[in-house]
Design a protein around this ligand. Structure first.
Ligand SMILES: O=P(O)(O)OC[C@H]1O[C@](O)(COP(=O)(O)O)[C@@H](O)[C@@H]1O
Ligand SMILES: [Mg+2]
Ligand SMILES: [Mg+2]
Length: 333
């Protein structure tokens, strides 16, 4: 049973002991993500004091203007994971294609690949609203010791061995799962240590918060329009409250604690929605299901979707089970 105020380091060691044949590689990987998160946290907290706000002047593979913090966070995670030679490949929102990492120790070849959204909620960086980092970890499918291929990254979400996010908000937290529940750790900035502050996090079965960018309302499918009308109706325990931060990590985190649903649907402007399957929807869907919640594209379970491209997008319905089921019913009607 997770002990309150246990440090993340202690928790990782304790959990590793539960896996008889564990090589310790996954523990080293989570530890490296912890370190990179602290590096990024330090930079995020300085935003406004040093020249890390605004655009970096480059455009990423998705045609988005890269923010300076997108690039900084991307470099921090790639450098930290590469230097420690604990993964055989990395894919990132900010990299056109995956990076293959060959271990210098020929006797030891790594078996994990990592997919990251180094800085989530980029539109909120310059306005001091909480942002995050999202990560997803898989065991490679190609033989250890050979260069990784795209096949190692294009795996359905149900194959994830671990997933999580870091939220850089009023406090900095790291929340993750290895398929045995969801635990949240808060950073004590004075000593740079993450402590277990939210053991065994679960979504309430039902909630009263709906989270969607209603500015796109006219472009939404009829099912989404009907669900929004349902949320706003003066009936039973409704109307629900509308909350939309515009950072997936922050909207997810709030809904997990309070109960709610987050929807980023497809629309006539974005035929597959906006969010990326591999490093946004899959990790959040794994966390959601581990926290007794639900995640779909309105019809299919997100974790069952067979990926075809590294940066593919999917519509995303995620949150309290009863609310997602209701929204899906409107989509299927
Ligand atoms: O401004 P919009 O269209 O509502 O989009 C907000 C969504 O886009 C994102 O910012 C996309 O993520 P990135 O910032 O990592 O590109 C999500 O965090 C958020 O949920
Ligand atoms: Mg993102
Ligand atoms: Mg991002």
């Amino acid at each position: 049973m997770a002990k309150q105020n246990q440090t993340l380091g202690e928790f990782i060691i304790e959990k590793q002991a539960e896996f008889k044949y564990s090589s310790g590689e996954l523990s080293k990987l989570i530890n490296a993500i912890r370190l990179a998160a602290k590096v990024v946290n330090h930079e995020v907290n300085k935003a406004g004091l040093v020249d890390i706000l605004g655009t970096a002047g480059e455009t990423n593979v998705q045609g988005e203007q890269q923010q300076k913090l997108d690039v900084l966070a991307n470099d921090a995670f790639i450098r930290t994971l590469t230097n420690r030679e604990i993964v055989c490949g990395i894919a990132s929102e900010e990299e056109d294609t995956f990076i293959s990492i060959n271990s210098s120790d020929k006797n030891h070849q790594n078996k994990y690949v990592v997919l990251i959204d180094p800085l989530d909620g980029s539109s909120n960086i310059d306005v001091n609203v909480s942002v995050g980092t999202i990560f997803s970890i898989y065991r490679r499918v190609t033989p250890v010791g050979t260069p990784v291929t795209e096949e190692d990254f294009l795996q359905p979400g149900k194959n994830q061995v671990a997933a999580g996010y870091v939220i850089y908000g009023t406090s900095t937290m790291l929340v993750y799962t290895t398929g045995h529940g969801v635990n949240g750790f808060t950073l004590n900035p004075a000593i740079g240590t993450f402590y277990l502050s939210h053991p065994n996090m679960t979504y309430p079965e039902n909630g009263r918060i709906y989270s969607i960018n209603e500015g796109n309302y006219v472009h939404f499918p009829q099912g989404v329009k009907d669900y929004i009308k349902y949320c706003q109706a003066e009936e039973e325990d409704r109307p629900y409250t509308s909350r939309y931060i515009g950072s997936l990590v922050s909207d997810f985190h709030r809904n997990m604690i309070k109960g709610g649903i987050f929807i980023y649907p497809k629309s006539s402007k974005a035929t597959d929605g906006k969010l990326r399957l591999l490093y946004e929807c899959n990790p959040m869907a794994f966390l959601a299901e581990q926290a007794n919640a639900k995640a779909s594209d309105g019809f299919r379970r997100i974790l069952d979707i067979e990926p075809t491209e590294l940066h593919q997008r999917v519509p995303f319905f995620c949150g309290s089970k009863r609310m997602v089921e209701k929204a899906e019913a409107f989509m299927q009607r």
